[in-house]
Design a protein around this ligand. Sequence first.
Ligand code: GLU
Ligand code: ZN
Length: 295
Amino acid sequence: MAYQPKLMRTRFAPSPTGPLHLGHAFSALTAAHFAQSLGGEFLLRIEDIDQTRARPEWEAQIYDDLTWLGLTWPTPVMRQSDRMPAYRAALQTLWDMDLLYPCTCKRRDIEAAMSAPQEGAPTHGPDGLIYPGTCRTKPKPDQMPDGETLRLDMAKAFAIIGTETLTFTEIGPVHTGTHIVDLSKAHQTLGDIVLARRDMGTSYHLSVVIDDSDQGITHVTRGSDLFEATQIHVILQALLNKPVPTYHHHDLIRDDQGKRLAKRDDARAIALYRAEGKTPKDVADLIGTPLLSPL
Ligand code: GLU
Ligand code: ZN
């Protein structure tokens, strides 16, 4: 049989918690161009695990704005709020490997436990405060609990990964090259990250790894603000036996003063430019990216 190359597939994965702005337009167009240039596929995924902030109106606006920009994607669109059983199954796998433990700490408990940090040790990692491990040694229930925060025991995770070298390939302009996840440092720089939040039953890191794998994503396109988080994803891929995609972290769009556009900069909402009568080409010019050429 003829050799069948694996289909290149990338994605744009916005959270429907507000309007898409110029930074999102840049990210979506970058991913779609990338797919087009390699004869691959561009997917859209709705990252709505935070049900306190996600709104159907914002989801509808995402479809509308992206269509206006000339993008198309296969349907049905994957929506993370429909995927809880898949996340739960992955958590159960990790629980059965004895890699998770419940954590009852509040933010202020963590801050208090960190008030005398080791000199030179970082206090923040890509996932926020580095957890001091307060709940790690508490007795664990027999069954994986529901509705509780679950943390990954990094030391045990590293023991399982052993001497295997974890790497990922980055093809974005800023960090181009092969990156080794330094497990000896990761313990200090990441800590025991949260994989299931009490209020969500999952976390960004877990969901993104499971979904990218289940959707057959070969190339992850996203903003460079998530570059540091990639090591967490590569660790989870190793533990859960998932393939490591190629990563493309693009630069973030800056305003006229060179300041990065905040994720929540509603003044740059695509919908506002549309309401002002701007064309898709005007928006593409503002972010310095051409529109997609018709197929
Ligand atoms: N949902 C994330 C965001 O809107 C993107 C996640 C990703 O691309 O990995 O920032
Ligand atoms: Zn705790």
